[in-house]
Design a protein around this ligand. Sequence first.
Ligand code: MRU
Length: 353
Amino acid sequence: MGDPTQIHPSLRTVEWKDNKVVMIDQTKLPNKLEFVEFSDYHQVAEAIKNLVVRGAPAIGISGAFGMALAVLKSHAQTKDDLIQDLESAKKILIETRPTAVNLKWGLEKIMKVANKGSDVSEIKQSVVEAAKKMAEEDIQTNMTMGKHGSKLFDNNDTIMTHCNAGALATVAYGTALGVIRATKESGKNIKVIATETRPVQQGSRLTAFELKHDGIDVSLIPDTAVGYSMAKGLVNKVIVGADRILRTGHVFNKIGTYQVATMAKQHNIPFYVAAPLSTFDLQSNPEDVIIEQRNATEVTGIGDTKTAPDDINVINPAFDMTPPELISGIITEKGVAKPPYDESIKKLFEAKK
Ligand code: MRU
């Protein structure tokens, strides 16, 4: 199953092949590069729940591909019945994980395409084509974002990142890691410090894996060494991804991001967020956003090794919120938003029109 070192920009985290969804099983990384193939949207839903595929944009595109499987599997003879089947698939897929808004974005975009269709066969074709187009656009968006963001980083910068906002969190290239790739591709000499990102270790298992293979100088630290690294002057700038960004500039991302941002502020280190406009939620207020709570076993053990006593109460939120005052800039495919975010984010979406 593929030599793990064979990663290059064209590797696809998730793709549509012969009317099936093919994705990298990220639970097996970094030790094995295994691909899984699905022909039923229930399988895609399970893959999202179990972190076989994860990362906001990758979840959004996987959801869209799940809808494409649903449309092909449907035996509906009328448009109404087909839309009914799609609504059922959407319900299953949207209930997999609540925090990353890209999932809702991807599913609703497909429903819009389907509702515009005139008959069953036209809808089936347009839904599959739309999902494939969304996947291609994801890569272009990341590369454009990378270019915008690379201007914020200097030669010889050491850049800290938290979790994995790389090719493995998108279709390819990545958001925060896309900016790091673009900065390197622009000829600047950079180093990266990646946090382990307990409990699921997206930093050590996925970010270190991606960057090491790309030949980008990466060091790994335990999450508890963020303060130490900043106090020692090892970090020039920070960049992370996002799962949901509000019109106010509040950013929801992997648990621990808020701590990293707070330490960065403490040490006057610029803290950037990179995310496509599909990760923005202009309706919700901070208190409306559901923070996913994940299984205690993620905290009480690593693999088969138990690392906590039985029956211990565990609090395991998968994401946290970073307030706008801790964020130096938000990098998107439409440019960089700077504080005050209620104005600059509005401008980004006007630019989108
Ligand atoms: O639980 P995960 O692995 O899906 O969390 C992923 C993150 O928090 C990423 O930083 C975020 O989705 C941005 S991905 C480009």
